[in-house]
Ligand binder design. Structure first.
Ligand SMILES: NC(=O)CC[C@H](N)C(=O)O
Length: 698
């Protein structure tokens, strides 16, 4: 590999390393396991472990860990050194097949939603053979699933793997039925666009709200925001370019194809996007990417904010989840091809997806939600909470053409993309057959769907579990209808019929207009589309009978696992709001009210000193500050009282909703007074970094 990329993949024990370092039969056994055609026996595992240990030691690793993804949404690791005393008390290195395959990190303090009682709290990690081991910070990390003593899933990877299998089975069945008998498996592919903010670390450290909650709980807007779009795609600031260089280096070493980087719309906001990869590794890689972004920022004296809405009034950060399905021979099932109108496989898969989204809009909405995302959705180029699908007029026209036509006249279906040639002298202009709609939660972008709802700090596992599962269910239904038809020609005709029915029944989910408009809210209501405002309400879908049946039938979750997740999400939400309230109260008392009081003294002293000749300005400030102090004080006391009351109820549905509908607005009220004060605060007394400091200093 050429110079800047020569270390690419050097910290991954991937296929190439396996092939080079493992005896042929061991390598073959591993390959078979990965493609689900075999299982690993103890000896093979020992042999892989031995090679892995040698490779890790050669690359400077001293420890190994089972790296897993508990339900907190973050990753977890507990390191064990390779070194231990040998039989004659001399140090030896040890790492067996058993160490590789199974771990018992205990990890009993992670949320389990009642899946583990404290007295039987054992948790086990098992190697995910499909995801390569890697070295991070001198530790060999083995990607694993995390399950309870009884085998219930306690993490986000286990259900993801199960959903990938369910989708593969369903998609393969349909592709085979449509005539491509050589396809043996299908895989979801994912590309995650990671948005983030960077601010000077000094400011981050001076803002307890950023450190403890991830977002600014108050802050008046700077005089300049993003209105000029001058940051977007602009020349990357030198300090940030240096940071990105290091991030890329780390990611490339880990075999992650970090590809695109640019300034995002908001000041101090940036984006990094890797090349598409299989859903399982894409999710792992994104977790690693977030980790590396945070740590590299620290090295550069910066803080990387991954939170969905760190600053009010400007763009938040998303993690746009681009999702597609590929067959084992590399064919993209959402690729329209030259003639989409005649591409029955394409039409079938698009229609299956439309039905999947319409039938499971609530579940999708839940899958991309969090307390942080509640602040982001519905404004500043983030989609609204109402789920709809944007296909672009070209594909939509084709679908409506298919729907309207009589089954016997399938030729009239062709739609033509609008042709234009803006640049003279170019004979080849690749044409896009979809436009972009930034207000749409689910947008078709040529050969994949972009699920724009997911928040920047969240694990990408759950939305992909949901996308895979709902698509698997929809495809299974199609397969059932196609099975048993003798001639391929009839199968294909039937597939088109199914598409027509789907368009008839589910066209309400298609929407190309402005997702922010109040008309859409009304129109969506008329169409019967759900509009769930908050994350904490959206999680109730996990007890919906149809949803539970779908996910349990597919083998992705058990009923108990779903109930546990609902409980965990609710608990996390209530606790997150609790942290925000306490932080806001503490900052109000320690930073804001004393600064207001000092400013009041400053102006009243000046007013008194000037005596009769005092300008009106001083009196006006005194009055304004006295009022603001009163209002801030009253609002914060009220917030504390109401919060304590709601919080005392424990983790209940009612408490969750009250946090959203009562407590969050009360926090906003306190904020409104602080923001008003910040506009007139004197820098001598008001010491907290402002939006201007934080957003315009790189
Ligand atoms: N240009 C963009 O796509 C902005 C997206 C926006 N930051 C979001 O929250 O999703």
């Amino acid at each position: 590999m050429e110079a800047p990329f020569e270390e690419f993949g050097s910290l991954v024990f991937g296929e190439k390393q396996m092939q080079e370092r493992l005896p042929k039969p061991v390598y073959t056994a591993w390959k078979k396991t990965v493609s689900s055609e075999g299982t690993l026996d103890r000896q093979t595992a020992d042999s892989i472990a031995h090679a892995m240990k040698r490779w890790a030691l050669e690359n400077g690793a001293t420890h190994y860990t089972h790296w897993f993804q508990p339900l907190t949404g973050a990753t977890a690791e507990k390191h064990d050194a390779f070194v231990e005393p040998g039989p004659d008390h001399e140090p030896i290195t040890h790492f067996s097949g058993k160490n590789l395959i199974k771990g018992e990190p205990d990890a009993s303090s992670f949320p389990s939603g009642g899946l583990r009682a404290t007295f039987e709290a054992r948790g086990y990690t098992y190697w995910d053979v499909t995801s390569p081991a890697f070295i991070k910070d001198g530790v060999l990390c083995i990607p694993t699933v995390f399950v309870s003593y009884n085998g219930e899933s306690l993490d986000k990877k286990d259900p993801l793997l199960k959903s990938i299998k369910a989708l593969s089975d369903a998609a393969t069945k349909v592709v085979n039925l449509l005539g491509e008998k050589d396809v043996r498996s299908c895989k979801p592919y994912v590309g995650l666009e990671q948005e983030y903010f960077l601010i000077d670390r000094k400011y981050f450290e001076e803002r307890p709200d950023l450190r403890l909650t991830g977002r600014t709980l108050f802050g008046a807007p700077a005089s300049k925001g993003q209105e000029l779009s001058d940051h977007y795609f602009g020349s990357i600031p030198t300090r940030v370019a240096e940071f990105m260089k290091d991030v890329n280096k780390e990611l490339w070493k880990l075999g992650i194809y970090a590809k695109t980087e640019h300034n995002e719309v908001a000041p101090s906001q940036f984006e990094l996007a890797p090349v598409f990869s299989e859903a399982n590794t894409a999710v792992d890689d994104n977790q690693l990417t977030m980790d590396i972004l945070r740590k590299t920022a620290e090295k550069h004296g910066l803080a990387c904010l991954l939170y969905e809405k760190p600053f009010d009034g400007i763009n938040g950060s998303g993690k746009h989840n681009n999702w597609s399905i590929l067959t084992d021979n590399g064919s993209n099932l959402f690729a329209p091809g030259e003639k989409p109108a005649e591409n029955i496989r394409f039409l079938t898969f698009i229609c299956a997806f439309i039905r999947a989204v319409d039938d499971n809009a609530l579940l999708l909405r839940m899958s991309a939600s969090s307390a942080g995302n509640d602040h982001r959705l519905g404004a500043n180029e983030a989609p609204p909470a109402i789920i709809s699908v944007y296909l672009g007029s070209y594909i939509e026209q084709i679908l409506y053409g298919l729907y309207m036509e009589h089954p016997s006249q399938s030729k009239n279906r062709e739609a033509t993309p609008t042709e234009f040639n803006p640049i003279s002298g170019l004979s080849y202009i690749p044409h896009d057959n979809t436009d972009r709609n930034r207000t749409s939660p689910v947008a078709f972008t040529g050969n994949k769907f972009e699920f724009r709802m997911l928040g920047s700090s969240m694990s990408a596992a759950v939305p992909n579990i949901v996308l895979n599962s709902i698509m698997a269910e929809s495809l299974n239904e199609i397969a059932e209808e196609l099975e048993g038809i003798k001639y391929l020609q009839d199968v294909r005709a039937k597939a088109l019929d199914i598409c027509r029915n789907i368009i008839h029944d589910h066209k309400r989910i298609l929407f190309s207009g402005d997702g922010y408009s109040s008309e859409w809210v009304k129109e969506a209501k008329r169409r019967g589309l759900p509009n769930v405002r908050s994350f904490v309400e959206s999680i109730e879908v996990l007890e919906d009978k149809k949803t539970v049946k779908m996910l349990t039938d597919l083998g992705v979750y058990t009923e108990k696992e779903l109930a546990a997740r609902e409980e965990i999400y609710r608990e996390q939400y209530i606790k997150q709001i609790g942290i925000e309230v306490r932080t806001l109260l503490s900052m109000t008392r320690k930073d804001i009210l004393p600064a207001m009081t000092a400013d009041l003294k400053f102006y009243s002293d000046a007013d008194a000193a000037a005596g009769k000749a005092a300008p009106a300005y001083l009196k006006a400030r005194v009055t304004e500050l006295s009022e603001l102090i009163d209002e801030t004080y009253k609002a914060s006391e009220m917030l504390e009282k109401d919060f304590t009351e709601v919080n005392a109820a424990g983790i209940t549905k009612e408490a969750g909703k009250k946090m959203y509908y009562d407590i969050c607005p009360e926090m906003e009220k306190v904020r409104s007074f602080i923001d008003k004060y910040e506009v007139i605060a004197t820098p001598d007394n008001y010491k907290l970094p402002t939006y201007e400091d934080m957003l315009f200093s790189l």
